[in-house]
Design a binder for this molecule. Structure first.
Ligand code: PBG
Length: 325
């Protein structure tokens, strides 16, 4: 058989495949999410996230040192607020001595070069488990945005490098940018969860922080997974409002959105390889149905190939270990 072109030539050995690989993961791609608890020497495995833990600050600081030593350069902080501190105003979210603010200070003290990103949304602090203030069964936009702006300034005061609003209220990026500028935090970045979909795959995360919505769902603020065009609208608006990095979330069922967003904006694009995506791989691997290590690298590579410059993932440490051997 005569063939002018034989595509298998470039696939015939590991060496040649690596020479022509279009996508290569590195530790610089990853953001490691961290769950923080009150107390000392506390390390609780999250039931629906095997081998992922919520730790007190003392252990968290050790963990962050280890992440840095492995080459991971960014952490995304989430805290589990005590039930007594929860209300419908986000009071604890802006407490200068709240767990988040103390955590930022301790981590920046211990590993000053680590890029510390912080979750900005009210759900961990809300008696309703919603990302905003609730009035008459509704999640009200403008009052919530005011608190999110104060919360962002409070994180910046504590030393956060990048605030990451995950709430999906309208106008919050502009409000946060303005608040940071007014308080002279001209070096604090904003990573906007721009296209965040109302997804069933957040379940394990809500276990981790005990933050499941007490009533209803999040569909009046998070996006409908039927929509693609809307993701472009959201991300372009966030860039115009001052976002330094935009995010698509979840990742695996939204690779098309990652690519479209990457083509539409001129800022770095991140994606969030969320808790349910972690849980699915862990569960299938436990059953012996898939190879966990291969599934981790293949899924993370697919996100980068889709266009993600940064990937927030619970597999950050595993991936770096796998890349190193
Ligand atoms: C809430 C928030 C959620 C996640 C990050 N921030 C869940 C939600 O919107 O209910 C999910 C992350 C994950 O599932 O890994 N502000």
């Amino acid at each position: 058989m005569y063939l002018q072109r034989r595509n298998r030539i470039l696939r015939q050995s590991p060496a040649i495949r690596s020479l022509v690989a279009e996508t290569v993961l590195t530790p610089n791609d990853f953001i490691a999410p961290i769950f923080i608890d009150e107390g000392e020497n506390v390390k609780t495995e999250i039931a629906s996230m095997p081998n992922y833990f919520r730790c007190s600050l003392d252990l968290t600081v050790k963990e962050v040192k280890e992440l840095w030593s492995m080459g991971i350069k960014s952490v995304l902080l989430f805290v589990k607020a005590d039930d007594e501190t929860k209300d419908n105003k986000g009071t604890e979210a802006i407490n200068p001595n709240g767990l988040m603010q103390r955590s930022i200070r301790a981590i920046k003290d211990a590993v000053p070069e680590m890029v510390v990103m912080t979750d900005v949304a009210l759900d961990p602090y809300s008696s309703f488990g919603h990302d905003g203030i609730v009035e008459g069964g509704e999640i009200v936009n403008d009052a919530t945005v005011e608190v999110l702006a104060q919360m962002s300034v409070s994180h910046a005061e504590a030393g956060a490098d990048i605030v990451a609003p995950s709430d999906m209220m309208d106008g919050r990026i502009a409000a946060i940018r303005q608040a940071l500028e007014q308080s002279n935090f001209t070096k604090t970045g904003i990573m906007a969860y721009s296209a965040k979909y109302a997804s069933c795959f957040y379940g394990p995360f809500r276990d981790a922080l005990d933050s499941a919505p007490g009533f209803g769902d999040k569909k009046t603020y998070q996006m409908d997974y039927a929509n693609r065009q809307e993701a472009i609208k959201e991300t372009i608006m966030d860039v115009e409002e001052g976002a330094d990095i935009v995010m698509v979330k979840p990742a695996l069922s939204y690779l098309d959105i990652i690519r479209e967003v990457k083509n539409a904006v001129d800022v770095p694009v991140s994606c969030y390889n969320i808790s349910g995506e972690y849980a699915m791989i862990k569960a299938a691997a436990k059953m012996g149905w898939i190879d966990e290590e291969k599934a981790i690298i293949e899924t993370l590579t697919s996100m980068k190939r889709a266009g993600a410059d940064l990937i927030a993932t619970y597999f950050a440490k595993d991936a770096v270990r796998l890349l190193n051997h």
